[in-house]
Design a protein around this ligand. Structure first.
Ligand SMILES: *Cc1c(COP(=O)(O)O)cnc(C)c1O
Length: 367
């Protein structure tokens, strides 16, 4: 079986280092808010090129905490509108609704799956206060253009970087373009912990200080609470795991790019629509997503050929039962994408012959 993503094989590559890091934490006797977290925060901010990185419990919390902090700082308030791609994972939307702000769902650019600049502009109203671009599948959104729009209309920008660790434009990385960003280190992400973890990045000192307080009960000083905060801390064991894995992130990204380039160059079946990206775009391929009309049939065929695939995602957020108030919205492009997408195996530990097997099976499909 060719796995979609073999986490066991991925983490096995670093087994001894991970175990040593784990032992270091166990032996330290200090498990929350210690040196591993401090070091990871400084190593990750260094990697992203940002002034601050703040470890939190998961990617959803990272996004929630930024919006919450902006509310505490008086930069956002209940009912403000946030422009967000309609074709995203539900966490991007939950971060908005959890804070009692209003998501404005925008149809994507069908070639990149990311925010369409024209649709962003036409969705701006006098209630719009922020844009939440999602760097979907590992391709960074058109950030220079989005930042220009944000400046023109005085909007905050929160990047959802959960799928885009290390993606960049002109060498400037995801997480360093907007006013703030949220990262997830869920085990299956490009930089994955061995449990839940996330981070906020920003160059804004005041925002960083506020997020740091809110993630720890709203406490800026021990036993003094400035905000009615939450408990969303990144523990020492996960911080230690992430410090090991961060050292291999670029190497794993390169392998993902090799796999993606082979898929793009060698899949020739006309029933399959391949993703588009430009040579100068540093795409980190969290996912390699193809489209085809009879998606479920292709998935079934690949499974019979021992190739595991995943659908990201089968139901768009506005069609979820959780968001009944938006179920009748019509977003035809987003809905079509959700019916046609299929994610091929893109595991840095795949062998060259695994990649060839996937390519051959897809090229034989429908013959
Ligand atoms: C995974 C993901 C999240 C949420 O991250 P968690 O760590 O699972 O909370 C948010 N946005 C996107 C686009 C994601 O893929």
């Amino acid at each position: 079986m060719i796995n979609f993503l073999n986490l066991k094989a991925i983490n096995n590559q670093y087994e001894q280092e991970l175990k040593d890091a784990c032992s270091r934490v166990i032996d330290s006797g200090w498990y929350i808010m210690g040196q591993e977290l401090e070091l990871f925060e400084s190593e990750f901010s260094n990697y992203c090129g940002t002034k601050h990185a703040i470890g939190v419990a998961n990617g959803l919390d990272a996004l929630i905490l930024v919006i919450r902090a902006w509310k505490e700082l008086g930069r956002l308030k209940d009912g403000d509108e946030v422009i967000v791609p309609a074709n995203t994972y539900i966490a991007s939307i939950l971060a908005i609704t959890e804070n009692k702000l209003v998501p404005v769902f925008v149809e994507p650019n069908p070639e990149t799956y990311n925010l369409c600049l024209k649709n962003v502009r036409s969705s701006i109203t006098n209630k719009t206060k922020a844009i939440l671009p999602v760097h979907l599948y590992g391709l960074i959104s058109p950030m220079p253009e989005l930042m220009a729009i944000a400046k023109e209309f005085n909007l905050l920008v929160l990047e959802d970087c959960a799928q885009a660790h290390g993606a960049s434009i002109d060498g400037k990385k995801a997480g360093n373009w907007g006013d703030a960003a949220g990262f997830s280190f869920y085990p299956g992400k490009n930089l994955g912990a061995l449990g839940d973890a996330g981070a906020v990045t920003t160059n804004d000192d005041e925002l960083a200080k506020t997020v740091r307080a809110i993630r720890n009960y709203g406490s800026h000083k021990k036993y003094e609470n400035l905000y009615a905060g939450i408990n969303s801390r990144l523990d020492e064991i996960q911080a230690a795991m992430l410090r090991v894995k961060l050292g291999y992130l670029d190497q794993e990204t390169e392998r993902r790019q090799e796999i993606a380039n082979r898929y793009r160059n060698e899949i020739t079946n006309s029933l399959i629509q391949l993703p588009q990206w430009k040579k100068d775009e540093h795409h980190v391929f969290h996912l390699f997503v193809i489209q085809t009309k009879s998606r479920d049939k292709l998935q079934h065929y690949l499974m019979e050929n021992n190739i595991q695939t995943v659908i990201h995602y089968p139901i768009p957020p506005h069609k979820q039962p959780a968001y009944a108030q938006w179920n009748s919205l019509s977003l035809p492009l987003t809905e079509e994408i959700h019916q046609q997408v299929l994610s091929l195996p893109i595991d840095p530990t795949m062998t060259n012959s695994d990649i060839s097997n996937v390519i051959n099976a897809i090229n034989e499909y429908g013959k």
